[in-house]
Design a protein around this ligand. Sequence first.
Ligand SMILES: Cc1cc2nc3c(=O)[nH]c(=O)nc-3n(C[C@H](O)[C@H](O)[C@H](O)COP(=O)(O)O)c2cc1C
Length: 225
Amino acid sequence: MTGHMNHLVEADRIEGPENDAGYWGNSPLNKICNERRAIKFFCKQHQVEQSIVDKLILNSSLAPSAFNLQHWKVLQIKDTALRRQISEYSWHQPQISDASVLLVVLLDKFAWRRADRLKNNIPCDETRKKFESTLINIYEQNEKLGRDEAMRSSSMFSMLLMLNAHEQGLMSCPMTGCDFEGLQSLLKLGNEYEVCMLIALGKAAQENRVRERKRLNLSSIMQVM
Ligand SMILES: Cc1cc2nc3c(=O)[nH]c(=O)nc-3n(C[C@H](O)[C@H](O)[C@H](O)COP(=O)(O)O)c2cc1C
């Protein structure tokens, strides 16, 4: 690595003491962040009502997104045969087959072309037309940026979904341990959508053991400039 990134690599190498016990506060959000863990073993029998899943998806769409384009789309996989196929493309991770709810969060690489969906947000025709031409200027010649922004926005949605789920008493596991190309064709995603991540939701099985939590210390992740 050359040039101006060197100082970040140096910072990454710093080994520090374990995080202080006082790392987390006691606010409701801190509690959720502290308790949320990515778990491997879900209770197979546990069921989640569809109305709760629907609410989780809606509440999580309060996540921020670039230009408020809301680049996420969610596939809820209920079909057992399809789950089995997804499992084959996901290293047979037990969460895929056992969790009460399996979601595939997609990113819409071309959400910027679908700004007309935001008609309700921007009722004024003239303002919306300006907005649409801004989007074309930014994204038409830069497909990578459109995809990157969609990935960022869908990841924000995914994080919020897991926090909301936790608040509803559901454990979760985000997963990208999968064959993305395999899933792309299995789920017939075409050229416009990609898998952002899979998210399993449910109750932890009795045999689930949560590992001790390890995080880098402040000096490894932050530099004041
Ligand atoms: C993008 C992403 C992909 C992940 N993929 C997997 C996965 O395929 N399987 C799995 O068991 N955990 C997966 N995890 C969970 C991480 O291993 C876990 O978040 C990390 O070890 C920290 O633990 P914690 O979430 O319990 O704090 C993934 C997490 C993220 C953010």
